[in-house]
Ligand binder design. Structure first.
Ligand code: FE2
Ligand code: FE2
Length: 331
């Protein structure tokens, strides 16, 4: 995923922005034209996308941490290789997304610094701990599953660089979801202890996964403008419902129980009605008080500091190449 409806209300551009350009922009969006980096766009559109894409990038990068902790402890070489590939994919997603955000004029340094300073958000889900190997299965199945629900519509987002990045990201997320589900299936068909471990992971991850779609529509302030700009194609509640409807039968196939006594199937629509989500827990995690917020940020900060020499070396190498190219041209 991991875009989450975290933002406050966003209006169009500042007063005085050219009304004719704004009208032409909206016409293009309405006609499902793609907006590209050099095209005119309202300042609010640029701001909203910069924030959304960079939050998404931060989520991919911080999202490597909960599962990365299990690479050395994967139960078999096959599981280790798959998990390693998955975590590398998430890093790649972060890189595409930072690059997409840069096309809007933000620098990667300022975006990363905002995250490290705790000013920019990333998805709430990565502030929960991975206590057992089954959590790796539950994350792939549920977190990547929720990501797919959220990201498939982003492949048709009005902003071209974001939409195109999402196509490859979604293909990889689908691999992640399958590797997670396969872990869950193996555990659910294993010993009683293994099945209990899978059930415990489902119990702990289910509700935070429902929160990944963001606040309920009634409380979400910015959706209308994002919808008009075709950044967002479905509301938070619509996406959450799709996720529940897709996931409940998968849990039944695993022989695991959903940790929601109020969950019922509506026979007319085929949809599942779910119980009340603890939005206070969501607010607390967003406010920095989740189980792992401090740990995640501290880990990222250390990694950033320890990686300074790599960035310096890359910059020195690029400068040397540029100087050589100029010398050659001059010769
Ligand atoms: Fe990802
Ligand atoms: Fe993923």
């Amino acid at each position: 995923m991991y875009t989450q409806a975290l933002n406050t209300a966003e209006t169009g551009g500042p007063a005085g922005e050219d009304a004719a350009l704004a009208a032409r922009f909206q016409e293009r969006v309405d006609a499902d034209d793609r907006i590209e980096a050099n095209d005119w766009m309202p300042a609010g559109y640029r701001r909203t996308l910069t924030r959304q894409i960079s939050q998404h990038a931060h989520s991919e990068i911080v999202g490597m941490l909960p599962e990365g902790a299990w690479i050395t402890r994967a139960p078999t070489l096959r599981r280790k290789a798959a998990l390693l590939a998955k975590v590398q994919d998430e890093c790649g997603h972060g890189l595409y997304l930072y690059a997409a955000a840069e096309t809007l004029g933000a620098s990667r340094e300022e975006l990363v610094d905002a995250m490290l300073a705790g000013k920019a958000k990333y998805s709430s889900i990565f502030n929960y701990p991975t206590l057992t190997w089954a959590d790796v299965g539950a994350i792939g199945w549920l977190v990547d599953g929720a990501a797919i629900m959220n990201q498939i519509p982003l492949c048709r987002c009005s902003y071209g660089p974001y939409a195109r990045a999402m196509i490859r990201v979604c293909k990889e997320e689908s691999f992640h979801q399958r590797q997670g589900y396969e872990i869950m299936l193996t555990l659910a068909r294993g010993t009683a202890d293994q099945k209990a471990m899978a059930q415990d992971a489902l119990n702990r991850w289910w509700w935070p996964c429902l929160m990944m779609f963001g606040p309920p529509d009634a409380a979400s302030q910015h959706s209308d403008q994002s919808t008009a700009w075709k950044i967002k194609r479905f509301s938070n509640d619509e996406l959450r419902q799709k996720f529940v409807d897709a996931t409940v039968p998968q849990a039944e196939y695993l022989g695991l129980a959903m940790p929601d006594p109020d969950l019922v199937r509506d026979d007319e629509t085929g949809s599942y009605r779910y119980g009340a989500i603890d939005w206070e827990e969501f607010r607390q995690v967003l406010a920095g008080n989740g189980p792992c917020n401090a740990e995640r940020l501290a880990t990222r900060r250390t990694a950033h500091e320890e990686g300074a020499w790599v960035r310096e070396a890359a910059a020195a190498y690029a400068a040397k190449r540029a100087a050589r190219a100029t010398e050659k041209q001059a010769a």
